[in-house]
Design a protein around this ligand. Structure first.
Ligand SMILES: *Cc1c(COP(=O)(O)O)cnc(C)c1O
Length: 378
């Protein structure tokens, strides 16, 4: 039987056509019609100007730079996320300060944010930026978070890398704050094999990002440079994949949600195995189907489940390891309690690729049930 991966690419019918067009017309660099069309389609989706880049991490880097983040600055960030939410702050010499999550969405807790903003203000410190992450395809509580950030004068970067197709009050996330970052990495809900985009309602941010992403070459034919640049621009070939993938995004959202709810239904009678919260303010794509394991009630540990699945050649992973537990950030300050740690201790990500068949899902749920029944007997 074939291995079942956690989250694998799923192409539609058009991607190869757009890529072939790029070859046929020799648009094989970082300019061309696929890039223009991909950015136009992205702009339509998020409702704001965009610039396609080599990765979501690059988008975060350019976004924080556009927001003026520099050496010694504080950047607030949820602890429960993937390291790419934080590394760009380090690229700029800034200092991350980590905030705990809330139970009802697993995303940044607005109350912890308020405590942190107050405590820092009392010390005369104003963070240069707040990174808000929409984790696993669910939007953070922007209604509470954005007004707080505004009250304390802190610009907000939305890390929407896991949130293509995710809605907050009916609107696609990514351009609901000052700057946003999208990812088309191979494991995301849609992919260009690797890629990302920066979004902002402020067109000057996007213009600067595009300039920096192509080595910051000053206007004119000479190779003159007044500013530091990067080689971050997406290629026209990969943008062709992106065009095709965007046209199937809504289908991919339905497929990912179907998988999460199929698992939930299959586990309905198991006490202690629960789908992550689905907050009522948005549409959760369930990019990854994440469950929390209550070992005492289920009778089997999260890690035993991962091991049982691995024996059947099924890939499952723990939830993200919080940033404040990472050796890289051992010295970082943090605010809040233990929600991120609990999610990490108990969370399991099950296979979530949008092409999984009913037979695949049966294989996963059957393995989990067998492990639970075996654990209960042991
Ligand atoms: C994937 C991811 C990123 C980075 O995107 P890349 O395109 O892989 O660089 C950033 N933040 C989060 C939360 C992610 O999951």
């Amino acid at each position: 039987m074939a291995r079942i991966y956690l989250s694998a690419p799923h192409m539609g019918d058009l991607e190869a056509t757009y890529v072939k067009e790029a070859f046929d017309t020799n648009w094989l660099s970082s300019v061309g019609p696929n890039l223009d069309a991909f950015e136009a389609a992205l702009e339509e989706l998020v409702g704001a100007p965009t610039c396609a880049l080599t990765s979501g991490t690059a988008a975060m880097h350019l976004g924080l730079r556009a927001m003026g983040v520099g050496p010694g600055d504080i950047v607030l960030c949820p602890s429960l996320t993937f390291v790419a939410s934080v590394n760009p702050a380090l690229y700029l010499g800034a200092r991350p300060v980590f905030l705990d999550s809330e139970r009802r969405s697993w995303n940044l807790d607005p109350n912890v944010l308020e405590d942190a903003l107050r405590a820092l203000a009392e010390r005369g410190q104003r963070p240069a930026a707040l990174v808000v992450v929409h984790l696993y395809g669910q939007s953070a509580d922007l209604d509470a978070i954005l007004p707080l950030a505004e009250r304390f004068g802190v610009p907000v970067l939305e890390d929407a890398a896991e949130a293509l197709g995710t809605l907050h009050r009916g609107r696609q996330v990514g351009a609901l704050a000052d700057v946003g970052a999208l990812s088309f990495n191979g494991n995301k809900i849609i992919t260009t094999t690797g890629g990302g985009a920066i979004t902002s309602r402020d067109r000057s941010v996007i213009d600067r990002a595009r300039f920096w992403s192509t080595q910051a070459r000053d206007p004119g034919v000479a190779y003159e440079h007044s500013e530091l640049g990067y080689n971050y621009r997406m290629s026209n070939v990969l943008a062709g994949i992106g065009r095709g993938q965007l046209s199937v995004l809504s289908e991919r959202v339905k497929q990912r949600r179907r998988i999460a709810f199929a698992y939930r239904d299959a586990f309905a009678d198991l006490d202690g195995l629960e789908l992550m919260p689905q907050a009522d303010w948005g549409l959760h794509t369930n990019w990854l189907s994440v469950f929390s394991v209550d070992e005492a009630r289920l009778g089997v540990s999260r890690d035993a489940l991962i091991a049982a699945l691995a024996r059947e050649d099924i890939e499952a992973r723990p939830a993200w390891k919080p940033m404040h537990l990472q050796p890289l950030f051992a010295d970082a300050e943090r605010f809040g309690g233990s929600v991120a740690e609990e999610v990490f201790a108990n969370g399991i990500c099950l296979p979530s690729s949008s092409f999984l068949t009913d037979a695949d899902l049966d294989r996963v749920t059957g393995t989990v049930r067998a492990a639970v029944e075996g654990g209960a007997r042991a």
